[in-house]
Design a protein around this ligand. Structure first.
Ligand code: ATP
Ligand code: MG
Length: 143
């Protein structure tokens, strides 16, 4: 596990871009952290890395948003509103895992059905500084 500090949403996006440079089809990344922690900002950074600038739409009212380039599909999930894993199965969620890169906000609720090598990014806010985040990386190579 590695721990980073971000002092702005742009820094969080830069961290995301660097991580994105090592991502490949079949990778699943869980983003974990409270409301407003930076999970969607991070996702924006990943999409920017793949040239999908400004295409992000918030998945608040859909469970998954799909993006693609000539080379890769990216699936951005927000499973906050799902009651349980059965609801994820009901939308065919697990069928996305091997079709591209899956980024799953609040994905810890799905842990038992995720590919066993899934990656995790945990965001922690700082009570004293509203722009500061502790970002923990699990199973992610970051140099
Ligand atoms: N260091 C930082 N990293 C990321 N976002 C930051 C940072 N500092 C301030 N922010 C702000 O915090 C907010 C993060 O919002 P974001 O939508 O990414 O959160 P989220 O974790 O996706 O929340 P939700 O669970 O509601 O989907 C943004 O308004 C962003 O500008
Ligand atoms: Mg979000």
């Amino acid at each position: 596990m590695q721990e980073l500090i971000s002092n702005s949403s742009d820094e969080t996006k830069e961290i995301a871009k660097k991580i994105a440079s090592n991502l490949k089809k079949g990778d699943v990344i869980v983003l974990s952290g409270e409301l407003g922690a930076g999970k969607t900002k991070f996702t924006e950074g990943v999409l920017e890395y793949f040239g999908l600038n400004n295409e992000i739409s918030s998945p608040t009212f859909t469970i998954v948003n799909e993006y693609s380039t000539d080379d890769i599909n990216i699936y951005h999930f927000d499973v906050y509103r799902l009651e349980d894993i059965d609801e994820f199965y009901a939308i065919g969620g697990e069928e996305y895992f091997d079709k591209g890169i899956c980024i799953i906000e609040w994905g810890e609720m799905l842990e038992e059905i995720l590919p066993k090598n899934y990656k995790k990014v945990i965001f922690d806010r700082d009570l004293k500084n509203e722009n500061r985040r502790k970002i923990k990386l699990e199973n992610i190579c970051y140099k």
